[in-house]
Design a protein around this ligand. Sequence first.
Ligand code: CAA
Length: 394
Amino acid sequence: MVQQMVRDFAQNEVAPIIKEYDRQQEMASFILPRMGELGILGICLPVRYGGQGMDYIALGLASEELEAVDTSLRVVMSVHVGLNSLGLFQWATEEQKQRFLAPQARGEKIACFGLTEPGAGSDAANLASMARLDGDEYVINGEKMWISLATKADHVLWVAKTNPAASDPHQALTAFIVELDRPGVSRGDIHGKLGVRAGSTGWISCQDVRVPAFNRIGEEGEGFKIAMACLDNGRYTVAAGATGLIRACMEASVRYAQDRRAFGREIGKFQLIQQKIASMVQYYDAARLLYLRAGWLKNLGKRNTRETSLAKWFATDASFSAASEALQIHGAYGYSDEYDVERYLRNSKGAVIYEGTSEIHQLMQAGYALGYREDASLRCELPAYDAEYWQEPL
Ligand code: CAA
């Protein structure tokens, strides 16, 4: 039912207008309020924190449906739910959950994630942003770049250095919630992106921004772990979304191959077209099973960093290949925006880069296989799904 509800929203309300917003490089203003109204922005959070009480699989299914229409919709789930809200659910105190998480889950406040900086992407531990304790406030300075929803959000989960003298840069970082209406915050949109043009991507700058110590999430020095744990959830939505994009490529290709005729027959009858469609079927089923496995592990409360990374790497690379093949099947028509496949190709590339490039995920997978990397237990784990607890009314 939840999958059908999200599909109806995406197909009926967004698909008809998406090309226009993609051309204008703008996010349609109804998207975020409507997703909030439908409960999608708090889909997998307990009712007591403003959510809908569904499980982590529901988050994956929703992400798949959203990206089957446009990547910009799934990006909302990645940053608002995966990278921010689930991070708070895992690491924040009860009071912080009531203050920050509950309005986010209800869709009253929009959230984003501030890890990446102009000079630090893959090498996240070496970011430059600073936070200094001054009385009972922290003073934050720094710049974040490539931040989805930067100009739409009310809260950012901001990672900054609190101990620049730490011998291990991983121990130097701390996470904060910064409300984006605080004095000293400025932000803007980035235009001219290859894809996800109907989405909002921008930068945020903090100049002597003061936040109460209450806004610190976790302990000082836990910022890197918190960011990585957030990415375990963001990457899950990216994997599920890329699976939806593969499905969209497959469905568009099947339709076109059954319709378009050449050399006296529909082109679907040609083996080279069939080979491309067969690859998409393979990509789709494999990507889907990989993200569902990660979601199932989350439901059980089991660590899934390796499985989520594998799902994200495979699904995003596969969606780029599927989109390229879909465009090829469409021939010259695919090269124009008369059809959706050129947008699918442009949109698919971003996910191969953000939330861990394919290269970072390959290093992680090799690290696990070779025994160089293993996951230590955390002070706060993502809670296992428990339907009774999740659905208990306020
Ligand atoms: N959860 C919790 N803790 C984790 C963790 C996880 N998933 N992964 C690692 N850690 C912990 C480790 O246990 C370790 O702890 P100890 O110091 O206590 O031993 C510590 O973090 C350091 O871990 P590593 O040694 O594995 O760290 P590394 O320096 O080797 O980095 C990396 C690993 C995989 C390269 C990592 O830096 C990485 O994933 N980089 C990519 C970052 C990324 O994805 N950025 C995109 C952000 S998206 C964005 O900002 C824009 C947007 O809006 C979407």
